[in-house]
Design a protein around this ligand. Sequence first.
Ligand code: ATP
Ligand code: MG
Length: 242
Amino acid sequence: MNAIEVNNVSKKFRTDGKEFYALKDVSLHVKDNEVLGLLGPNGSGKTTLMNIIIGLLTPDGGNVKLLGRDTSKFPEMTEKVGLVSTDARFHWALSVKDVFTFYGMVYGLKKRGREKRTSELVNFFGLEKLVNRRVDGLSTGERMRLSFAKALLNRPRILLLDEPTLGLDPHISIKLRREIKHINREFGTPMLLTSHYMSEVQQLANRVSFILQGRIMDTRKVRGQDLEKYFVKMVRRGSDED
Ligand SMILES: Nc1ncnc2c1ncn2[C@@H]1O[C@H](COP(=O)(O)OP(=O)(O)OP(=O)(O)O)[C@@H](O)[C@H]1O
Ligand SMILES: [Mg+2]
């Protein structure tokens, strides 16, 4: 069974009175145990697709299946997915500790389990000195670490990683990539990963799909590919087809 199945998904946005397709007839799947890298230039639709998969946006056409179940019929399936994203926003008045408590409660974790998991994650992400800090006083990297920790709070069955190391210093990026690999190996957690760091995708993904202007152009295995060359080639191919 595929962990994630995206079938013919389209999404239109309206800007300045004009409609355009941010996603057009997108289909892809992520197998169980697999990390699929989603590559594409800025504005090609990667974050929009992640938001559709997790149920933050509704598609105009097509459907998403998580662990074999259509999320339009079983919206609770989206609770099995953790999203790590630079877009993560927390209410400014919450402290780091409040974020863990709040989401722990949302995920239905009991007090003891919530506190144990919080302390594991606080240690892992080096947030010890920040637990009482309000989130509006965090740096980009600190907020990203909090977003990652929050996404792991309920040990999600599937992970969506939208540029998970953007803005992080090399020390924490290396640690995070190691952890992503560990989670995937140890628990077989399937992941959909976007990143503009080709070495990150090379290191973590088994296959890549390339998206351009909301359309999937190609999917292939990562092994043996020079992803930087591949990226440039795909963008050129797209402009030749225009
Ligand atoms: N809420 C919205 N309303 C209107 N247009 C939107 C909205 N969200 C995204 N878009 C547009 O849809 C397109 C796809 O955006 P998206 O954020 O999915 O791109 P992306 O591939 O994640 O880019 P990046 O690599 O820069 O993160 C862009 O043209 C963007 O401007
Ligand atoms: Mg994006």
